[in-house]
Design a protein. Sequence first.
Length: 201
Amino acid sequence: MTQLRAADDLRRHAQRAAAAWHHSVHVAAMSFVIAEKMTRQRPEEALFAGLIHDIGYFYLLSKSGNYPELETVPAALDDVLRDWHPPIGQAVLHAFNLSDATLMAVVEHENGHYNSPPRTISDVVTLANMVTARTNPIYLNTGAAIPDPPNEPELLEVLRGRDEQDLADSGHYQRRQRVVHHRLVVDRHAPFRDAPGDWVQ
C-alpha cells in the first residue's frame, strides 16, 4: 500500500490518494471493532480486509496517467474510480492467494448489502464502509450525497460503547493495536489465509 501511494503516477492525485488512505484506516479500525463485538469472525482478518478494501482505488489512480482523457476530465476519472475500484481491487488481490472471505469483502463493500446481524467479513467491511461514508473519497470528490449510516440498534450501541471506552481507557486501545501489529508483522501471523499456518511474506 505504501509503495502504491508513493508511485509517481499517484503524486498528481495526492489529495485523492490521501483521502482514500485516511478512509481505509477508518474502515480497518471500524471493521476490527464490529467483528470483535458483533460477530464470531476474527477481528484481525476484518482489520486487514478493511485496510485493503480500496486497493483498487489506488491501483486505478496509479494507472490513470495512461489515459489522458481521464486526466483532463476529473469527473470522468471519479466515475471510473467509483464504479470500478471494487472489482479491480479483487482482481489485483487475487494474485496474492488471499482468502475468499477477504476477496468478497473487497468486491462487495460498496454495494450496501449486508446481513443483520453481520455474519461474514464482507458484512463487517460493508457496515464499516457505510459507517465511515463521510470519509469515503467516492463521495468527497464527486459532491454526491453521502448516504445515511445504517440504522442498526446493536451497531449504534457498539459504537457508543467504543467511544466511551476510548475516552475511559485510550491506553488499552493502543496496547490492543500494538498486539495486532505484532501478530501481523513480527509473528508473521496472516489471518487472511485459508490454510492454518499459511502467510504471505
